[in-house]
Ligand binder design. Sequence first.
Ligand SMILES: Nc1nc2c(ncn2[C@@H]2O[C@H](COP(=O)(O)OP(=O)(O)OP(=O)(O)O)[C@@H](O)[C@H]2O)c(=O)[nH]1
Length: 249
Amino acid sequence: MCSGGPAGEQDTAGHRGKTTLVNYILSENHGKKIAVVENEFGEVGIDDALVMQAQEEIFEMNNGCVCCTGLADPAPVLQTFFVDDDLQESFQLDALITVVDAKHILQHLDEAKPEGVENESVEQIAFADRILLNKTDLVEAEEQAAIKSRIKAINKFAEVIECSYGRVPLQQLLGIQAFSLDRVLAVEPDFLEDKEHEHDSSISSVGIEREGLCDMALLQQWLGGLLREQGADLFRSKGVLAVQGSDDR
Ligand SMILES: Nc1nc2c(ncn2[C@@H]2O[C@H](COP(=O)(O)OP(=O)(O)OP(=O)(O)O)[C@@H](O)[C@H]2O)c(=O)[nH]1
């Protein structure tokens, strides 16, 4: 299970490399059968198109609210494994793996939040059993060491693995039996209590679906305007485009 987070573009905050990691796992020759369950935030499923169509089955759950998708707090998704009897009987939670974007993590950890609102980057690191410190190609060794010690200060138990493009030997990620309920309870003592959580309505999504080909110049003009006027309020944008004059998607 990989926990999510706010996104932007490759060298902007967000997009930490989770899809890249999943695609790497799916394309490696590990002999395992893998099912991917995606918790998509928003009514238009995008990740499904971005995850490689290997032989694996992909289940997509659309329209999750931001707090239930694991995008912010990983706890609600983790709880699912413990409150559902069928899941408990058939599955074992092997590890919660958090992918960290080395280029932007310090900025996220330092973000001041309103009172009562958790810093989701801190939460995701605190709950993790393994932490992939990804995009290390974009930071100097000195900064990397500083990031590692910040991570260790939040979670001293999880092994931190430095990598680029999620390239980590798979025996360090799959079948590692690293999840420990006791450790999660130490972070959040009421983790197993059947509490209704308040849905976070401060973050919402907008989906746009259109038939036909798009004009890249017009699209960039529109996106540029949107970023100028509302960039500070945009957490994540992604999509699949059929562009006029190009065979690629
Ligand atoms: N330089 C660099 N780029 C990377 C690395 N890992 C992933 N990327 C690039 O970062 C971009 C975003 O990667 P994704 O795997 O889509 O990120 P994500 O976490 O799935 O993003 P969301 O699903 O939107 O949260 C892509 O262009 C990747 O090729 C890395 O280690 N270094």
